[in-house]
Design a protein around this ligand. Structure first.
Ligand SMILES: Cc1ncc(COP(=O)(O)O)c(C=O)c1O
Length: 482
């Protein structure tokens, strides 16, 4: 059977395209078979005729046909020519024409939440929620560490698939860091390297939560963590929060009513309010964890940046069996590195590693080795010492600038630690947020923190990534919006 078929290369003949013409012919023929324009058994024009039509060298068409024959799309009948393979099913489509456009989707998938988790890139000053100033990092140190790590991996045949828990050198370095600086009695086998702490939170949730399980969070909290829990089908129950941290009576009440699997907290610098969880509440939370068998997911995302005293020891340092401790290099070094870690008893780490294998196999071993090198050389520690000093000054400057430019239109408490302020406003937050956008400022929505309607309103604004002049420009615009 010979059908009146002509190949349509469309813009495939565009000579500026970088894929080969041979590949474009292959693609056009497969598309036509798939959409029913070329039925199985149909004879194609001879390579000579098709080459003439397309004004191409015949060899190009011969090679395209040869590939399609080798792949099973076409069959060669020696002297009788080349046809579409006879064992191909008839296309499900009614007929030619229906060429999918970019953006067409023919299957269902879970709808996105109304609000995106990340602020989109767009013009204006972007106020973050407490990120470091990447300009203070001497990137040459990283270049040097990458070079050294690459040499080492090459020498040791290390460019292979590796331990899903992460590079041993980095697990050792992090365990040392947490032992000496955060009072945690752990070794490398208690550490799993992750892609940022967000990944550690998600992996922990995968381990702990099944659809329908209950997890408790503070009524104001870190939305991406809640999103990870909800994505697993967990029921997220908000509990109250005040100046001393999570309301333990509320936690106890929830545990009496239902089986709670996990409690997510940011006890060192509560997100978003910055308050430090008081010792009595920490101890009572651990007591409840023991009594009811839930896990405490302790997100300690910016531990070293505490300004009023030594950083508080993590709950995990005195209750390791009840806790999955989550940390990050995003604030210590750079968020672009996407390096975080989970710390837990060995069986939990092994289970986390299993979930790493499922999710992305393993981390970026080259980067992990490079950061281990950075720590071994003392560069990370020096960088943290320097930036802590700079951020302490910026924290004071930010408070002074708020007093100066916003006056009594805003309420805040000087944060004991962390890289952000929690601002409460006297006027309607919805109106303020609309005006802020009009003033060319982009700020995370106050709604992103609130897990229930009765939760207080406020904005979390990072101070560390801006020098004093930048702070004044941003706060000036905020003042104009009030
Ligand atoms: C409370 C909290 N947890 C986790 C993260 C995630 O950080 P990363 O994934 O970059 O380590 C952030 C980032 O800002 C955060 O504020």
């Amino acid at each position: 059977m010979f059908q009146n078929w002509s190949i349509d290369l469309g813009d495939r003949l565009d000579r500026d395209r970088r894929d080969s013409i041979q590949l474009r012919i292959i693609s056009a023929i497969i598309h036509d078979i798939e959409r029913g324009a070329l039925a199985s058994g149909t004879y194609l024009p001879s390579s000579r005729d098709l080459a003439r039509t397309l004004e191409l060298n015949r060899k190009t068409v011969v090679l395209a046909y040869r590939d399609l024959i080798a792949q099973g799309w076409l069959t060669s009948h020696s002297t009788r020519g080349t046809s579409v393979a006879s064992d191909l099913p008839d296309s499900g489509r009614t007929l030619p024409g229906a060429i999918a456009q970019p953006g067409d989707v023919s299957y269902g998938f879970a709808a996105l939440p109304d609000r995106a988790l990340a602020l989109p890139e767009c013009p204006g000053i972007r106020l973050d929620e407490g990120t470091p100033d990447g300009r203070l990092f001497r990137y040459n140190l990283l270049v040097r560490s990458y070079r050294s790590a690459a040499h080492r991996l090459a020498r040791e045949n290390g460019f292979r698939y590796r331990d899903p828990r992460g590079a041993e050198a980095l697990r050792i370095a992090i365990a040392d860091m947490l032992r000496s600086g955060r009072g945690m009695d752990i070794g490398k086998d208690n550490v799993c390297i992750t892609r940022g702490s967000q990944n550690a939170i998600h992996l922990s949730c995968q381990l702990l939560l099944r659809p329908g399980d209950t997890v408790l969070v503070e009524e104001l909290t870190y939305e991406p963590a809640v999103a990870a829990m909800r994505a697993l089908g967990a029921e997220v129950l908000p509990v109250s929060l005040d100046d001393g941290g999570i309301d333990i009576d509320d936690v106890a009440a929830a545990c009496r009513l239902r089986r709670v699997r996990a409690v997510f907290v940011t006890p060192h610098h509560q997100f978003p309010t910055t308050v430090v969880m008081r010792p009595e509440r920490r101890l009572r939370l651990v007591e409840l964890a023991r009594l009811h068998g839930f896990a405490i997911i302790e997100d300690d995302y910016d531990h070293e940046f505490h300004f009023e005293s030594q950083p508080h020891l993590p709950i995990a340092s005195y209750a390791p069996a009840e806790t999955i401790y989550v940390g990050s290099m995003s604030k210590l070094l750079l968020p672009t590195l996407r390096l975080g870690f989970a710390v837990a008893p060995r069986p939990v780490i092994d289970a986390l590693a299993h979930h790493v294998s499922i999710t992305d196999g393993m981390g970026n071993a080259l980067e992990e080795e490079a950061v281990a090198h950075l720590i071994a050389k003392g560069d990370l520690q020096r960088h943290v010492r320097n930036t802590r000093q700079v951020y302490a000054e910026r924290r004071t400057a930010f408070a002074n600038n708020i007093d100066d430019l916003l006056g009594d239109r805003v309420e805040y408490r000087l944060p004991e630690g962390g890289l952000a302020f929690w601002l409460r406003f006297r006027s309607d937050i919805g109106v303020i947020e609309r005006r802020v956008a009009g003033a060319g400022l982009r700020i995370a929505s106050s709604e992103s923190y609130r897990q229930r309607d009765s939760a207080p309103n406020g904005l979390r604004i990072g101070f560390a990534s801006m020098d004093e002049e930048e702070q004044r420009t941003a706060l000036h615009r905020l003042g104009a919006a009030l």
